[in-house]
Design a protein around this ligand. Structure first.
Ligand code: SPV
Ligand code: MN
Length: 614
């Protein structure tokens, strides 16, 4: 192993873990890098990565101190669902939604693409801890990559774990990620047709090659999440695509919520609502706790967030963080004279500059003949949470925070009201399992198509949907004080226009906070409890000094029975074709449809205003 010099060998051997050594050695033999660097938790090693990302050109400095920009290739701007697959024994399938390929052949294919992939490049070996350090939640993760951008991003997004690896109780118990950007051309992955992200559940390993977009390359994000979903299901806890936040009630009261939204549907901006505190913005581990509640921790310590529409009016906290000096990476934005620009930033964009297509000018068309926007719709920022003024004091607490409410939201223009509370845990599970959303630029493919997104987690499931839902139902019984379950919809339209302002989500949040403490009444409708007019009127007045009219309320909270029945017919069809669905779930779905049909009979209308339920 001559690429591994004495200093780096020592760092590896210092862990006293033969399984780690074996995996690193195998990776070196396979990828044949020019040199290998092992990164510990020392400041010196971390600084080295930061410098290396600039030296290799994967990141370029921007004018603002600490800010850099990275570009992914033209065809590598989002998660590649088609080429992300589980490696399974012959003849086995997880679920019809879950992409998989035969293990032996898949391994051969991906290892073939990794063979020699690091020739002339530097292999970086890094250790992380998923979840807070020294916690029941902590999971160890080993990342090997030849991308300095991946390595630097992970330094911002995850907790350093070299020290954690030294203390592993079971030396085999770590997730393993091997990534190579493959051959580069102008700094970006060239062989996009050979992009593969293959997940081996048998060995808790993921192999990713010929890509750079973080959703495909950064092992610790959605790839680790897939491994953790299976682990959680086996061990009786949960891995969810959820933010965690503290809503601020009256007299300094703090109420913790988690929220699951499909990508690009308002998840980060909910977690960042002004006046509240953030714990996590994307991924949570949750465990039934000894005090009878459910506790949650942030798997990460940073945000890989969508930058589009971050502007001083709609996202003041993030906007401020992104426009002041600190360590951060912007990706796939437009750059002119060292200044970044993005869509919806609240100012005119220049007509030329550098973007993910290289030299860009207004009207430029891509290889696909599509007009190239100044910045990608899925352009992102990577930042540490501790840089934010609104980070909750318990963000690093090894015990996590007790969760009082789950919030599920999607991009739904015509069916669900802005906020509703489920009738029970079982009904809430149905609510979450029936989430539908219009597709966005966060994944490759068409946008604006209505898709079924149970728990906003379908893209990442590594267990059958039926088992996942069975687990969910089980938590409602296992936890003494289960969280209340709510749904929100920020995207409801009336005659083509949004019925709400972007910041109205603060009202819905504080209504949910009040509901947790039995402070607001509610109207019982077939799809759950909805707010009463006078409570919202008061909240809009207090929060925005806004006169919320009854007309607005009626428009937003009319129960669209016809649309809802159509929705639940779609949902019923989907689940009738899914194997292993629990009986309890089928009953919830049946009762939901019956309540809607009953209401249609009673009111003889397709739409019933909230006053109908008083
Ligand atoms: C998402 O798409 O849900 C993200 C970004 O949070 S990615 O890293 O692509 O998963
Ligand atoms: Mn996400």
């Amino acid at each position: 192993m001559e690429m591994l010099d004495e200093e780096n060998s020592k760092k590896l051997e210092g862990l006293g873990n033969e399984h780690v050594l074996k995996r690193v050695r195998e990776a070196i033999e396979l990828c044949r890098p020019g040199r290998v660097t092992v990164i510990t938790d020392s400041q010196e090693d971390i600084d080295y990565i930061r410098q290396l990302a600039l030296k290799t050109g994967e990141e370029k400095p921007l004018s603002m101190e600490g800010h850099t920009v990275h570009f992914d290739g033209y065809h590598d701007q989002a998660r590649d669902k088609g080429n992300t697959k589980y490696l399974l024994p012959k003849g086995m399938k997880i679920s019809r939604y879950i992409n998989s390929t035969e293990r032996e052949a898949g391994l051969k294919e991906v290892l073939g693409f990794l063979d020699g992939s690091m020739e002339g490049k530097e292999m970086l070996v890094r250790f992380f801890c998923l979840g807070p350090l020294n916690s029941r939640f902590s999971l160890a993760a080993l990342q090997i990559t030849d991308s300095t951008y991946v390595c630097h991003s992970e330094d911002i997004l995850y907790r350093k774990g070299y020290g954690h690896f030294k203390k592993l109780k079971n030396p085999r118990d770590f997730f393993f990620f091997l990534h190579s950007a493959g051959r580069l051309e102008n700094g970006v992955s060239k062989d996009i047709d050979k992009r593969r992200i293959y997940i081996d559940l048998e060995t808790n390993s993921v192999y990713s090659v010929n890509n750079q977009y973080a959703g495909n390359s950064v092992g610790l994000k959605k790839l680790a999440m897939r491994l953790a979903i299976k682990k959680a299901s086996q061990k009786g806890w949960m891995t969810e695509h959820m933010f965690i936040m503290a809503a601020q009630g009256p007299q300094g009261r703090k109420t913790y919520f988690t929220g699951a939204f499909p990508s690009a549907c308002g998840k980060t901006s909910t977690a960042m609502i002004p006046g509240q505190a953030i714990v996590a913005d994307d991924i949570a581990y949750l465990r039934p706790w000894d005090d009878g509640t459910l506790h949650a921790v942030n798997v990460e310590q940073g945000i890989f967030g969508i930058i589009q529409d971050v502007n001083p009016r709609d996202d003041p906290l993030i906007y401020k963080a992104l426009t002041t000096p600190r360590e951060l990476i912007l990706s796939n934005v437009l750059v002119v004279d060292g200044k970044p620009y993005w869509l919806g930033m609240g100012q005119e964009l220049p007509e030329k500059g550098i973007n993910y297509s290289g030299e860009w000018f207004k009207g430029k068309r891509g290889p696909d003949r599509e007009e190239i926007p100044p910045a990608n719709k899925n352009a992102r920022y990577t930042i540490r949470l501790c840089e934010l003024d609104n980070l909750d004091e318990k963000a690093e607490d090894p015990e996590g925070v007790p969760v009082s409410g789950f919030i599920f939201g999607g991009r739904d223009s015509d069916t669900s009201p802005p906020v509703a509370q489920s009738l029970s845990w079982g009904h809430g599970t149905l609510m979450a399992a029936s989430l539908e959303s219009e597709t966005t630029a966060a994944t490759l493919g068409a946008v604006g198509e209505r898709k079924h997104c149970p728990m906003a987690n379908l893209d990442f499931l590594s267990i059958p949907l039926g088992r996942y839902i069975r687990d969910y139902l089980g938590f409602g019984k296992k936890i003494q004080k289960p969280p209340l379950i709510f749904s929100v919809n920020y995207f409801l339209k009336d005659k083509g226009k949004f019925t709400n302002e972007i910041l109205d989500k603060k009202v819905w949040l504080l209504w949910m906070e009040g509901r947790v403490h039995n402070e607001f009444g509610a109207l019982k409708t077939p799809i759950g409890f909805i707010p009463e007019y006078q409570d919202l009127k008061k909240l809009f007045q207090e929060i925005f000094k806004k006169d919320y009219t009854r007309e607005e309320y009626e428009k937003q909270f009319t129960i669209r029975i016809g649309k809802l029945l159509e929705k639940f017919q779609r949902i019923e069809k989907i689940y009738s074709e899914e194997e292993g669905m629990p009986e309890e779930f089928k009953r919830e779905l049946e009762s939901q449809k019956e309540r809607l049909e009953q209401a249609r009979k009673e009111y003889e209308e397709d739409e019933v205003p909230p006053s109908g339920f008083e």
